[in-house]
Structures are given as C-alpha cells and as structure tokens.
Design a protein around this ligand. Sequence first.
Ligand SMILES: [Mg+2]
Length: 269
Amino acid sequence: MIDDRLAELVAVLRQAPERSAVLLDIDGTLAPIAANATDARVPDATRATLGRLVDRFALVACVSGRQAIEARRIVGLDQLDYLGNHGLESLSPGAATPETLSEAAAWRPRVRAFAVGALDGRPEATATGLWIEDKGPIQALHWREAEDQSAAERIVAAIATAATEHGLALHHGRKVLELRPPLAFDKGSAIQRLLAGRTFASALYAGDDHTDVDAFGGLRALREQGMIGSAVCVAVRDAETPNAVADAADAAVDGTEGLRRLLDALVLP
Ligand SMILES: [Mg+2]
C-alpha cells in the first residue's frame, strides 16, 4: 500500500489520465541498481504496469542518463518515449534511431579522445576496475565494480581535475563521473523540450538522484508557466539516494518496489 500523502497525489493524476504525463528515471527508479550497470533490467511486473500506463496516460516517458537505445533495452517497451543522455538524445515510440542535439554531437570526438587518453595514461586506473562507457558526446567513468573504492575515487578525482582544465564539464552520479561537453542541459530542460507546446492536467516525475532534482525543477517551471495544472515530484529512496532528492520532492517511496506500487495505483480500475 502507499501512504495517505501519496494517495492524495495519485488521486490528482487519476482524475484525467488522458491529459496527464508520467515521467520516470530508470536506474534506481524503475530498475534496481545492478552491480554491473549493463546488467540493469526493469522487472517484469514493472514493465507490465508501464504497459498499462501508456495505454491510459497521454504521455509516458523515461528520462535517463543512459543512451536512449540502452534505456529502451533496459525498460523493454517500444511504446514509450525515451530521453537519453540527460536529454541530449530523444527516441520516439517505435523509432529505430534517436535524435541527438546537434551542438552536443559535435563535441563527441574531443570528449572521447580525452577520456581514452586519461585511462591510457593511468595503467592503475584499469587495474582498479575503472572503465569508460562511450555514450557519444558524454563519456562516463564507472567504478562500482572496483575492489578498492577509495583508490578508484582518487584516480577519478585526478581525471576530473584534468578534464576541467581541458574545458570539459563534469557531472557526478552514483559511482559514476561523466565527462561532458560544456553545454547547458539537464533532465529539467529535457522534459521541457518534450512537453513543449502541449498542456497537461497533471504530470508526475519520479527519480532517485541529483539529476532528477533538475527534472523536478523543470516540471515545476512548466506548472508556473501554466503548461501543467499539477506537478507531482516523487523521490525514490534507497540507501544511496542523496538526501537532496527527498528534500526537493513532494513525496517519497521506498525503492523501486515502492515506485512500482505507486504506478500500480495510477492504473487501478
Ligand atoms: Mg536513477
């Protein structure tokens, strides 16, 4: 069951699903965090709920730091909209390939060359289990699998300093450091682009990390502009969720299971 506060917020969304949007982060929100990021998968029960949501709601979208194609693979549903790379990419329902913001695509060679060079110049980095995920214009350094976490974090800190000197932007996530083009983009501007030109009775966003707080801000800005009647921001809490996420949210659920129960409540007959 969900608590009274959530039940109240759910009731708002249930009033007019055909004019409402459901926007969801993936890792730590829909899919449990996996020790190896490539093993993450949305559980079957959650996928079934998402299938019912997309039949009933005006818009169901996943907003992820992963590449859009990878996001769709993990969720396993073609009917949803996917915003990947924190909104640098968008993949429409059924589309074969994502669209990338052109100013970001132009940065890919430079960001990639820096990331590869940073690891090649530090043999100890690969020895700790640090690896690079090639996300096009974003290159992500992962160390969740590293045996010596503090050694990995020291190396990442050194690479971060060098990246800044190289003119790149940084973004820290849960055991991941992203090297990014120095462009202004986040999940907030991503959902604003996705929802642009449409009005919604209500919209929900759920997420578990700092990047999702940007999405909360984007959703609330749309409400201030009168594009959304009600904005509902939900924190998905587990042991690693930064406090800032729950502090910024309207309500919180416990982990990916708690979120699934909330989504189930949206599609109850
Ligand atoms: Mg997440």
